[in-house]
Design a protein around this ligand. Structure first.
Ligand SMILES: Cc1ncc(COP(=O)(O)O)c(C=O)c1O
Length: 443
């Protein structure tokens, strides 16, 4: 990695602060922010749905950014298109238009972000069934249960139904990379595949000339921090026949009147799914961000993992000699470490740890990270006390919901996640070591 390009790039980090929430968001290099604010100061951009010069310029910038995204992913424009969204979640939500047909199926891995888990509601509304492929326990590295996944992917297909398999290329909880060979394996059994690359692309490279998922959601702030509020659904063109758009909005529409219940949507691929006005002030900056990442060089992952390994070792050693203990849940060798602090046999509420670290300028994430499947596996708790079965006919009032949420608070189910990227250095490792020793003494 060309670390010279990182000199002076994070002036907003105050002296001594350690940022270890890379899976939450990448730190934006200040050069990207400066470059773009200069650009906006000098160039007038208009709503690309108009036809004047500033509007055409904005449209050109958006097209250049589309091209840059495809290039970054080594995707053939004859195969793939880029739909710009506000982030990965909105990209995933576009699957609201996925046509499950009759007897459709949705297969999810238990290791998934809630923005993917929520697709089960879309499936249910479409009359499709959903199933989870389990993951293995902490002792076995929180990996996918490949035997069970193989069985589920070989489940017979209904003649008129479509089926969708959705899994993350990288777990946002454990940092595990899930094999990309499942994309092809699932295709050969008639599944369409959504490969969630939101966490993956922070430090890893996806080559769409080698692996060809049908849908790839992305949030760009997770790659280079700036701009926020821009994401994309990279979509294989063959999927346009499987998306049946459920509504129309301003923007992608060719013919409509209020006198008749009739409209003709924009016939073009990607733009048909960009509802309303795109984020034309910021989408162009995605190209600069991708250029920045390209100039950093290809070993960003090795850098992040080297830092994470040093921190993993410190946590492991600290665990042996303090009044509170650390339990590391995730394997060494990832760019994410999830762990818990235990005292007198009980897990310390991760919220307390977050407060103690944040007060010291050491920023980590705590909780379940919107990934309840991995959290449930690690902490092994039962949800029977809190969440009714689908067959129970219950309507909870607000007070009852609050009472049930207390269960989670009492049992402190959730972990501490430290994740790393290009902004981290060995000085961070030394600082983290000091913070951990002090916190464990005080806790
Ligand atoms: C694996 C994964 N998928 C999806 C998302 C959702 O991304 P966003 O919140 O940017 O829409 C995240 C965010 O953390 C994630 O880590």
């Amino acid at each position: 990695m060309n670390s010279q390009l990182l000199n002076g790039q994070f002036p907003y980090l105050q002296s001594g602060q350690v940022y270890a929430d890379w899976t939450g968001a990448a730190l934006p290099p200040v050069s990207l922010i400066d470059e773009w604010s200069d650009h906006l100061r000098n160039i007038l951009l208009g709503n690309p749905h108009s036809g004047h010069e500033p509007s055409l310029r904005a449209a050109e910038e958006i097209e250049a950014a589309r091209e840059a995204v495809l290039q970054f992913l080594n995707a053939d424009p004859k195969e793939y298109e880029v739909i710009f969204t506000s982030g990965a979640t909105e990209a995933i939500r576009l699957l609201e238009h996925y046509n499950f047909g009759v007897g459709g199926q949705l297969l999810l891995t238990a290791d998934n972000h809630n923005s993917i888990n929520g697709l089960r509601e879309t499936a249910k509304r479409s009359g499709a069934i959903f199933t989870y492929a389990p993951i293995k326990g902490v002792g076995e590295g929180l990996v996918l249960d490949t035997q069970e996944l193989t069985r589920l992917l070989n489940y017979p297909r209904s003649r008129y139904g479509n089926r969708l398999f959705a899994y993350p290329a990288k777990s946002n909880y454990s940092g595990n990379l899930h094999s990309l060979h499942w994309v092809d394996y699932a295709h050969r059994r008639g599944w369409d595949v959504l490969l969630d690359a939101a966490a993956f692309l922070a430090n890893d490279q996806l080559d769409l000339s080698q692996v060809k998922p049908d849908f790839v959601p992305i949030s760009f702030y997770k790659l280079f921090g700036f701009p926020t509020g821009v994401g994309a659904l990279v979509i294989h063109r063959r999927m346009f026949t499987k998306l049946h758009k459920k509504w129309f909005t301003g923007g992608p529409i060719m013919l409509v009147s209020v006198q008749r219940d009739f409209f003709v949507p924009d016939a073009r691929g990607a733009t048909r799914y960009e509802d309303g006005s795109p984020n034309f002030g910021m989408i162009g900056a995605v190209k600069n961000g991708l250029d920045f990442l390209n100039s950093l060089g290809g070993d960003r992952k090795a850098h992040a993992v080297a830092i994470a390994n040093d921190v993993w070792d410190i946590l492991y050693e600290t665990k042996e000699n303090s009044n509170a203990q650390i339990i590391i849940h995730t394997p060494r060798g990832n760019d994410i470490i999830a762990f818990s602090v235990v005292k007198d046999g009980k897990i310390i509420n991760p919220g307390l740890f977050e407060k103690m670290t944040s007060d010291r300028g050491f920023f980590v994430r705590v909780g379940c990270f919107c990934n309840p499947g991995v959290n449930e596996k690690i902490h092994g708790y039962s949800v029977d006390e809190v969440i009714p079965r689908a067959t129970d006919e219950v309507i909870f009032g607000l007070e009852e919901i609050k009472r049930r949420r207390q269960y989670f608070a009492r049992t402190a189910v959730g972990s501490i996640r430290a994740s790393f990227g290009y902004s981290n250095s060995t000085i961070d490792v030394i600082r983290i070591s000091g913070h951990m020793k002090n916190i464990l003494r005080e806790i």
